[in-house]
Design a protein around this ligand. Sequence first.
Ligand SMILES: *[C@@H]1O[C@H](CO)[C@@H](O)[C@H](O)[C@H]1NC(C)=O
Ligand SMILES: *[C@@H]1O[C@H](CO)[C@@H](O)[C@H](O)[C@H]1NC(C)=O
Ligand SMILES: *[C@@H]1O[C@H](CO)[C@@H](O)[C@H](O)[C@H]1NC(C)=O
Length: 374
Amino acid sequence: MVVFRFKLTRSVKAVLMIALLCYLSIVLVGIAAIMQKPTFRRTVNNGNFPATGRPAALVGLKHTDSCSTSSGNKTEEQKTAKPKTAPCPKTIASLTKYSKWFRERYQPGIKLFLDRDDTKHYDSLSASVLPFGFKKQNLTVMSQILQHKDFANPPVHGLAGRQSCIRCAVVGCGGILNGSGAGKEIDGHDYVFRVNKALTSGRFANDVGKRTTFYTFYPESQHLNDVEDKNVLAFFTMFKAYDADYALNMMNGEKPPKYLKKGKKYGVRTPVVTPTRVKFVHPNFFFYVFKTFLDSKAYRPTTGALVVFLALHICDEVTIYGFGYDPRFTMHYYDTKFVVHTRASTGVHDVDNERKLWHKLHEEGAIKLFQRDM
Ligand SMILES: *[C@@H]1O[C@H](CO)[C@@H](O)[C@H](O)[C@H]1NC(C)=O
Ligand SMILES: *[C@@H]1O[C@H](CO)[C@@H](O)[C@H](O)[C@H]1NC(C)=O
Ligand SMILES: *[C@@H]1O[C@H](CO)[C@@H](O)[C@H](O)[C@H]1NC(C)=O
């Protein structure tokens, strides 16, 4: 009896001890969880893209002054966007945890679009000429654009704010899309980015889809008439001095000025655009893409390259279609010409460098590059 009671007491003690240890460990785990900062946190930041806690090193980017959010004042986009709480398991920004190459380049805080606030930053914006800055530009014209009554600069994610796990398709003009039947897949994304003449009217819908969320253009490449979504947000890129004059006329609903090239005057099509739905790509963003990802090769990035990087800062997942200058296909899905893809064939762009970049981004897991057999 005595022995039994002794044993019972010991086992009760043991049980109590175990219970106490369990309790203590739960408390400790709890405290640890509270103290530990989340390794990946979603914040709303300039263009409402996700940001990591880890700052990305910027290689060779000079004028970052107006890119940061350090001025206590929020941009118009930040004011209207609401942070989302639902986490996305894997995002482009979270790739910085796994890829050194990407971490050293990707700058989540970069400003994507110009806003009224930029009229205060002409000093820092005037280090380079367009597309990288406003040097030699008529700053009165720039102010007339940015302070225009119709420059509403709507947030990219709409008034409802950023949703989580945004899947995006960026559609280039590569002949690889001809006969691909990828249209439904493209339209199935949350956002569809299109550029220049890479549009959908009629017989191409089956291969390239119909929807357009964001359309990016410059004066000579403007094909807004062929954009089927009337709610599209138009991203205007300024590559040269003329483009600023064009932009002001566009905001005023006027015909574009004549384009002077080598002493000759050229007419430019009037954009069919709602001025309140226009946004202007920030010169610092051009510079960042060029310096950081294209290693300053060629004279400037293609509009397509620029748009892929806009998508990398707006979305959680990006698939690019019709990129890569695959020599097995025609130059464009909308024409029948086979062209040897060289710098000469594309004007001022370094085609090989861009092709390598798409494959690199694909390998690193930042984008999915649409590829197919013949
Ligand atoms: C923020 O905006 C207010 C009012 O427009 C201005 O007075 C202030 O200087 C701004 N602050 C910064 C840090 O830009
Ligand atoms: C700059 O633009 C304004 C407004 O269009 C114009 O009045 C002015 O003459 C221009 N200045 C120069 C130096 O071209
Ligand atoms: C697309 O591919 C088909 C079949 O290979 C070809 O006949 C046609 O010329 C190509 N281009 C266009 C614009 O249809």
